[in-house]
Design a protein around this ligand. Structure first.
Ligand SMILES: [Zn+2]
Length: 212
């Protein structure tokens, strides 16, 4: 996926919290407002922080901007729970206490989640509100869609690093083209049904003969 870089300049060599101990969680936020990544960066610098506290910023138009480099501890999840030291903080432009998320932003957010999961063993998807006393990311935030995609990724049904795809597509195409998988006379491949050992043997027999 395309991640845009605004070339943000951080204040000093490294944030006080240092590097992340590990990365195994993603924490979702909303901005509770609008504006570009530079404006959040400026706001967080003005608070005396190293710079933007989030690792990514997803705009309403679907643009994904790089924030704080992933390896550094974020400043987004609340100080006391430790999540800043083992998570990627993703902020969404808008105020989802009142806004609803545009499709472009939702799609980009789901792709970003898959992208992060392709690079780290992410075991938890959290909202800021689950970690601290805040309404963030807002009652209209499409959390169920993120949870559902996260479950699919965890189950291996989504090829990470991009859009949702059928992980078996190449294999199915090969099986049809080589005559290994013929399906019913009506053309139904019955892809989600279990195979008997007899069927498995037939597939193997056809595959081995197809290679010749
Ligand atoms: Zn938040």
């Amino acid at each position: 996926m395309k991640i845009l870089d605004a070339g943000l300049t951080f204040s000093g060599a490294a944030p006080s919290a240092g590097v992340q101990e590990k990365i195994d969680a993603v924490v979702l936020h909303h901005r509770a407002g609008a504006g570009d990544v530079n404006s959040i960066h400026a706001q967080h610098l003005a608070q005396g922080w190293w710079g933007i506290g989030y690792h990514y910023y997803v705009r309403k138009n679907g643009e994904v901007w790089r924030g704080r480099p992933e390896k550094y501890a974020g400043s987004h999840a609340g100080a006391s729970n430790g999540y800043n030291l083992h998570s990627i903080g993703v902020c969404f432009e808008g105020n989802f206490e009142k806004d609803t998320m545009p499709d472009a932003q939702l799609t980009a957010g789901l792709e970003l989640l898959a992208d992060i999961c392709s690079r780290y063993e992410i075991v938890e998807l959290k909202t800021h509100g689950e970690l601290a006393a805040t309404a963030c990311p807002g009652k209209n935030f499409p959390l169920a869609k993120f949870r559902s995609r996260f479950s699919e990724i965890r189950a291996g049904d989504v090829q990470t690093g991009g859009t949702q795809t059928d992980y078996s597509a190449d294999a199915v195409k090969w099986a049809q083209e080589s005559g290994v998988l013929l399906g019913t006379p009506g053309g139904d491949l019955r892809l989600d049904e279990a195979a008997t050992r007899r069927e498995v043997l037939v597939f193997l027999y056809r595959a081995l003969n197809a290679e010749k």
